[in-house]
Design a protein around this ligand. Structure first.
Ligand SMILES: N[C@@H](CCC(=O)N[C@@H](CS)C(=O)NCC(=O)O)C(=O)O
Length: 216
C-alpha cells in the first residue's frame, strides 16, 4: 500500500477519536491523522461539513477501497470496520460463544460506561456544574466500570485471553476516570489497566492527537 492509500483519521483529542487511533495502531493499519481542532470550531467549517454533514469527529476516509473513498463517522462503526480489515486481530474469528461474549461486553462499555459518562459531560457543559443528573450519571458510569473487574478476574482481557475492541472500548474511559476509581477495590481491573496501558499500540493511539497536525 502506498501512503496515499492510508486511512485518514480526522479528529481531536477525545475518547471517541482516541479509540479509533488505538484500533488503527493495534490492527497495524497505515493511517494519517488530520487534526480537526474542536476548540477552534474546525468541525463546523464547510470543507469538513462536506465530509461529515453532522459536524462531529471522528471521521475516517479510507482511500484503499475500490471505487470512491469510503467515509465513516460513527466511532463504533469505525472500530468494527477496522477490525474487519484484519480478521482475527481485534475480534474473535469463528467461535460463536467468543463472538457473542465480545459483543456483550463491547456494548456493555459503550452503553453502560461510556454513554452515561458522555451524558454527564454534556450536562456539566450545559449547566456549568454536575447537578441535574450529571453526578448521578458519573456515579453510574464509574460503578459499571468497577463491576467490570469480574470480566478480567479469570482472563487477561475483557473478552477472554486476547486483546480485542472490548479492551479498546474500556481503556479510554478507564483512563479518563482513573482518579475516581478506588483501585484497591478492583485488583483485577487494576492489573488489566496496567497491562493495557503498557501496550505500544495503546500508547501511540492515546498520543495520536498530541501532534498539532500532519502525517502519522
Ligand atoms: N456517535 C458519535 C459521536 C461523535 C461525537 O459526539 N463527537 C464529539 C467529540 S467526541 C464531537 O464531534 N463534538 C463536537 C460537536 O458536537 O460540536 C461517535 O460515536 O462517533
Amino acid at each position: 500500500m502506498n501512503s496515499e492509500q492510508a486511512i485518514e483519521l480526522h479528529g481531536d483529542r477525545t475518547g471517541n477519536c482516541i479509540r479509533v487511533a488505538i484500533a488503527l495502531e493495534e490492527a497495524g493499519l497505515e493511517y494519517r491523522v488530520v487534526h480537526v481542532d474542536l476548540a477552534k470550531g474546525e468541525h463546523q467549517r464547510p470543507d469538513y461539513l462536506r465530509l461529515n454533514p453532522q459536524g462531529r469527529v471522528p471521521l475516517i476516509v479510507d482511500h484503499g477501497v475500490q471505487g470512491e473513498p469510503l467515509l465513516l463517522s460513527q466511532s463504533n462503526a469505525i472500530l468494527h470496520y477496522l477490525a474487519s480489515k484484519q480478521p482475527g486481530r481485534l475480534w474473535p474469528l469463528h467461535d460463536t460463544r467468543d463472538i457473542a461474549l465480545a459483543h456483550e461486553r463491547f456494548f456493555y462499555f459503550v452503553t453502560d460506561v461510556i454513554a452515561p459518562s458522555h451524558a454527564a459531560f454534556a450536562i456539566r457543559n450545559a449547566t456549568g456544574d454536575g447537578s441535574n443528573g450529571g453526578e448521578l450519571l458519573t456515579r453510574r458510569s464509574i460503578e459499571a466500570l468497577l463491576a467490570a473487574d469480574r470480566f478480567v478476574a479469570s482472563s487477561a482481557f475483557m473478552a477472554g485471553p486476547d486483546f480485542t475492541l472490548v479492551d479498546i472500548a474500556a481503556i479510554t474511559i478507564a483512563h479518563a476516570s482513573r482518579s475516581d476509581v478506588d483501585w484497591d477495590r478492583v485488583p483485577n481491573l487494576q492489573r488489566w489497566y496496567a497491562q493495557v496501558m503498557a501496550r505500544p499500540g495503546v500508547q501511540c493511539g492515546m498520543g495520536a492527537f498530541d501532534l498539532p497536525t500532519g502525517l502519522w
